[in-house]
Design a protein around this ligand. Structure first.
Ligand code: NAD
Length: 506
């Protein structure tokens, strides 16, 4: 294998290491001993085992979380923030291990996963600051009354995560629930559990037992969390079909549930004819998250909608630029683009490539396995389709891989209909040097997060989330912190102060 580093990260971080769930402060396997095999997507090799939780394990995790909750809430924001401080130190100390585990388990290049760990810092600092500012309100009374509102935690929060940023999700997605006094039962994707289980060791060191519980497994384990009678608030990151399913399953459980749903995208990048084409080509590739996770990111600009005047030059420059990246084993430092997460997902994505060809789009480059990489790895070349039309499957469905489609536009209103004509509405970007065109277009696009002359960046504090089927609720923001709190209004009547005073001072 070329470009092999001298040490073997799989050996250093996985082989011979035990990965256990965290329930009530204890590290445990599944109660019936069942495990699932961890496959390295860079090589296809079986490299370890992780526990599969039983229904009883989920029950135990919720019981531990319920038991720990009142004391955790009673600590107050400052007391809880002290645990965040300890946790931040541990996350920093374990940066390399967590990043490597994600590269090994998920196939995302390790350089990007190091960035993911660094990106946890703003959340670890920001959520406590936001929670301190959640003060409740005082409402005007009639002179004899005081009305005020206060916030309380829900209790136990269920967290279910997608596969594509495993450590980042494990570390940051439960923080808003925790800082508001909830305890958590968290489940990572069954495809990428290693870094979440490793993060469990850090949670166990920084937080009291039972405050964070981690169970591993697939849909059944997730369903156990979703339908549990003691879990009213659920935070979910994943696909639209699963999002729809868990809302239904939550309702079928007979308990009212509050969900936040961070779901898929089919995000459009709109390019006007006045741009610097080279700059926008670079923006298209970074916006596609090619190097972070081979396009397997919710916010990726998989639809590039380019004005006819510059279309041919844009497509040819984008095709060339996509050839500049080094594909390889994800845990080698010089890899730009890694494999897809699993063989199953590789088949799904290459199925879309086939559908694009069948539906008449022009395959400009890619679509195949690259040469010279481990046979068992799930590699797919960066793939570019041109002449894509809105009715094609590749134009409508989320592919979640390194596949970009370029559309040609000339009429402004038709372009907007194309951009808004999908079920999703997560992100979008607008590229032009004309201010009024930029803002007018940003305003007209149906999406929760729109960049102007930029792509892919997240800024902690700005609410991230989707319109339409891309989701419900907003992350990384005050709105999110508030969404983990129940509100209570208290009405106090003062009574007759004059007679009270008379009695008191008699
Ligand atoms: P997925 O929907 O297949 O799985 C997500 C999680 O749900 C996993 O932990 C899985 O085990 C669990 N799950 C599956 N079936 C379940 C059930 N019946 N009940 C309860 N839990 C169940 O998604 P994925 O393939 O892991 O992730 C990719 C998807 O996530 C894409 O659609 C992507 O756009 C989306 N995503 C969205 C965001 C965002 O912030 N909007 C971020 C990352 C990923």
């Amino acid at each position: 294998m070329s470009h092999m580093t001298t040490t073997d990260p799989v050996n250093d971080y996985v082989t011979g290491h035990e990965f256990k769930m965290l329930i009530g402060g204890k590290f445990v396997g599944g109660s019936d001993g069942k495990t699932s095999t961890v496959v390295d997507p860079s090589t296809g090799s079986d490299i370890g085992e992780v526990p599969v939780a039983t229904a009883r394990d989920v029950e135990n995790a919720v019981a531990a979380a319920s038991q720990a909750q009142p004391e955790w809430e009673a600590l107050g924001v400052d007391g809880r923030a002290e645990c965040f401080d300890r946790f931040r130190t541990l996350v920093r100390e374990n940066r390399e291990r967590l990043a490597m585990l994600d590269a090994i388990d998920c196939g995302n290049p390790v350089s990007g996963m190091r960035r993911d760990i660094d990106n946890c810092d703003p959340s670890l600092d920001g959520y406590p600051a936001m929670a301190k500012a959640m003060t409740g309100e005082v409402f005007p009374g009639d002179g004899d009354r005081l009305h005020y509102s206060a916030h309380r935690a829900f209790g136990v929060v269920g967290r279910i995560n997608a596969f594509n940023h495993p450590a980042l999700f494990a570390i940051t997605r439960s923080l808003p629930a925790l800082i508001t006094g909830n305890t958590v039962v968290m489940k990572p994707s069954e495809e990428t559990s290693l870094s979440t289980l490793a993060a469990g060791e850090l949670f166990a060191e920084a937080f009291p037992p039972g405050v964070v519980n981690i169970v591993t497994g697939g849909a059944e384990v997730g369903d156990g969390i979703v339908t549990h009678r003691s879990i009213k608030r659920l935070g979910f990151v994943g696909s639209v079909p699963t999002g729809l399913l868990i809302q239904r399953r939550g309702a079928e459980s007979g308990y009212i549930k509050q969900f936040s749903l961070e779901l898929g995208g089919k995000n459009a990048m709109v390019v006007f004819p006045d741009v610097d084409i080279d700059e926008v080509v670079r923006g298209a590739i970074s916006g596609m998250n090619m190097t972070t996770n081979a396009g397997q990111a919710c916010g990726s600009n998989s639809r590039v909608v380019v004005h006819a005047k510059i279309y041919d030059e844009f497509v040819s420059k984008l095709a060339d630029a996509l050839g500049d990246y080094r594909m390889g084993v994800a845990y080698q430092n010089d890899t730009d683009i890694g494999p897809l997460v699993s063989r199953r997902h590789w088949s799904k994505v290459t199925g879309y490539v086939q559908a694009g060809v069948e539906d008449g789009a022009t395959l400009v480059r890619g679509g195949d396995r690259p040469q010279g990489l481990p046979e068992g790895g799930n590699y797919l070349e960066p793939t570019l389709f041109a002449d894509v039309r809105p009715e094609m499957r590749i134009a409508r469905e989320e592919i979640f891989g390194p596949v970009m489609s370029v559309f040609r536009w000339s009429d402004y209103d038709d372009m907007l209909s194309l951009v808004n004509g999908v079920e999703f509405g997560l992100t979008s970007s607008v590229w032009t040097n004309d201010l009024s065109v930029a803002h007018r277009t940003a305003n007209a696009i149906q999406a929760g997060y729109v960049w102007i002359n930029d792509s892919t960046q997240h800024f902690f504090g700005t609410p991230f989330g989707g319109w339409k089927n891309s989701g419900l609720g907003r992350e990384d923001s005050k709105d999110e912190v508030l969404s983990y709190l129940e509100q209570k209004v208290v009405h106090a009547r003062f009574g007759d102060a004059k007679s009270a005073l008379d009695r008191m001072l008699r």
